[in-house]
Design a protein around this ligand. Structure first.
Ligand SMILES: C[S@@+](CC[C@H](N)C(=O)[O-])C[C@H]1O[C@@H](n2cnc3c(N)ncnc32)[C@H](O)[C@@H]1O
Length: 270
């Protein structure tokens, strides 16, 4: 099985996504969604951004590599009665099912950054965007001191070295890599804008309990725990992550979690 697909079908990302709804909706409110706009949400998960975009009247297709998340997205769309929203399986590195120039907006929030072969991903996103349309990416930033970059950094210290040729997804959080990848897809640098923004993770449980959601349901963290367990270092990993989650909590109490995380918002004009 494709290891990228296996990683995201592991666990249940819907559990983490439930803590991302408020910021997902806020981000969608900033990207100029209008009625009838044709939107592709790539690496959409169960629809954190696809649902609010459809609620604003856009005609939304969510594409994700994980079949369990596609099923969860379609169930959420049905429950919400949104006929202008559907989800299907697909791989950001090769969107063969999608025609050239078919979307006004390609939105990918912490989604396409996790696909391998980033130059192919940039090319595919550009190919399916209409001339005059836009691509908006949300990407975590390497070395950033906030939650997700730190989870991935700590986890990698407990994981085996990546296989040869592996390109870190975090490079999508560096402006020079973003510009280089879109340039190779035919987009000049002056059509690429990068700005920092904040995404807040909100959960009605303590930070320590919130960490167990990642341990039990978030593929990359599940893999780190499995690797740490096999080297007898699971308690160390858990201790580091527990300290991180508690230090970053800004809810003002110990029974709920509110953790802001910085990301790079990339806007590309096709
Ligand atoms: C961190 S989750 C974000 C999900 C969603 N955008 C959200 O904000 O809730 C990353 C998503 O990217 C998807 N993904 C990873 N690699 C992919 C690929 N090659 N093609 C399409 N989706 C991919 C995963 O299955 C997962 O749903």
């Amino acid at each position: 099985m494709n290891p990228n697909k296996a990683l995201w079908e592991k666990g249940d990302f819907t559990r983490i996504a439930s803590s991302m709804r408020t910021s997902g909706e806020a981000l969608v409110g900033k990207v100029g969604i209008t009625k009838g706009l044709k939107v592709l949400d790539l690496g959409c998960g169960d629809g954190t951004t696809a649902l609010p975009a459809a609620r604003l009247g856009a005609d939304v297709l969510g594409v994700d590599i994980a079949s369990n998340l596609v099923a969860a997205g379609n169930a959420r769309a049905k429950e919400a009665g949104l006929e202008n929203l559907r989800f299907q399986e697909g791989d950001a590195t090769d969107l063969t099912d999608l025609e050239d120039s078919s979307f006004d907006l390609v939105l990918t929030v912490f989604g396409a950054m996790f696909a391998p072969r980033p130059f192919d991903v940039a090319k595919e996103m550009v190919r399916v965007t209409k001339p005059g349309g836009r691509i908006v990416m949300g990407n975590w930033i390497p070395g950033d001191p906030t939650l997700v970059a730190q989870i991935l950094k700590i986890s990698s210290a407990y994981s085996p070295p990546p296989s040869e040729g592996f390109v870190s997804p975090m490079l999508w959080g560096k402006e020079e890599n973003v510009v280089e990848r879109f340039a190779a897809a035919g987009i000049p640098a002056d059509r690429v804008t990068c700005e920092r923004d904040t995404f807040v993770f909100i959960a009605p449980v303590s930070p320590s309990e919130y960490l167990t959601w990642f341990r039990d349901y978030y593929g990359p963290t599940m893999n780190a725990y499995a690797a740490a367990e096999s080297s007898g270092r699971e308690a160390d990993l858990h201790g580091e992550l527990d300290a991180l989650f508690n230090a970053q909590n800004q809810s003002g109490n110990k029974t709920s979690t509110q953790i802001p995380a910085t990301y790079l918002r990339v806007t590309v004009k096709r």
